[in-house]
Design a protein. Structure first.
Ligand SMILES: [Zn+2]
Length: 252
């Protein structure tokens, strides 16, 4: 069964065709949620890629949503670049180097967007997730993960090396990571009022940003104002109490 809708769009500068996929939400088997809000459906990030860099001419452009007439579902009659050529700007996402390259892309776009706060919020949030990708799956390093049988010993050992390298690089870039979180916090704070649909999610995001910045008292102060304790919130609170500042797996 095909789990995607395939769409096509053209680079506004050189007219090259690019092919992309949208995962059909009703076909998703497995969703993974991390504490920073990054969500994967069958391993694909649910947040749409709004910045596209053309693999033919390097021109980059903004796509707010993959809808017609901007995209078409009709296959062009000329050759096109497949998704891997432009997805994550063509970086090799599974390697530590690729993840760091992704951060560099976001830095570059940030400089180019000027004073657009909506775009800045989008980029800074994705940049946060990209930094966290370096350490996101650190839980797989632990022995209990090996004993869970999800990886063979050799795969686990190899993956462990990658996780450790990711962690080292993450710590090396920690000051920049915090700078980004500070700027992100300013963009999210006060953006929504309790009447807005996004309000509750934005409060959770603010708590998580404080926690990852190591500002546990600030995080706890907001947690104290929330009467409801979902699994998610309870987990964040327990990490705040333990004074842990890393991203963690919530569901998956
Ligand atoms: Zn182009």
């Amino acid at each position: 069964m095909i789990k995607y809708d395939t769409f096509y769009m053209q680079c506004p500068r050189c007219d090259s065709w690019l092919e992309g996929h949208l995962v059909k939400s009703e076909m998703v088997n497995k969703s993974i949620l991390y504490s920073d809000g990054k969500t994967l459906n069958d391993n694909y990030i649910t947040e749409p890629q709004k910045i596209i860099q053309c693999p033919a001419c390097s021109h980059w452009f903004w796509v707010e949503s993959y809808t017609e007439p901007y995209v078409t579902y009709e296959k062009p009659e000329v050759p096109y670049y497949n998704w891997n050529h432009w997805r994550f700007f063509g970086v090799h996402f599974n390697s530590v180097e690729g993840r760091l390259a992704l951060v560099e892309h976001y830095k570059q776009y940030l400089q180019a967007i000027g004073n657009d706060r909506d775009k800045e919020l989008y980029i800074r949030r994705l940049m946060w997730w990209a930094y966290n990708d370096l350490v996101r799956n650190n839980y797989q390093m632990h022995l209990d993960y090996l004993f869970s049988g999800k990886m063979s010993f050799n795969v686990w050992r190899k993956n462990r090396r990658k996780q450790k390298l990711g962690r080292r690089i993450f710590m090396k870039n920690h000051a920049e990571y915090i700078e980004n979180l500070k700027a992100l916090l300013l963009l999210v704070k006060g953006r929504y009022t309790p009447d807005d649909e996004e309000y509750e999610a934005s409060i959770l995001e603010i708590i998580e940003i404080y926690r990852e910045m190591g500002k546990y008292d600030e995080a706890q102060k907001i947690l104290n104002t929330i009467p409801r304790r979902t699994h998610y919130i309870a987990h964040i609170e327990s990490e705040v109490k333990k004074r842990h500042d890393f991203v963690f797996l919530v569901v998956g």
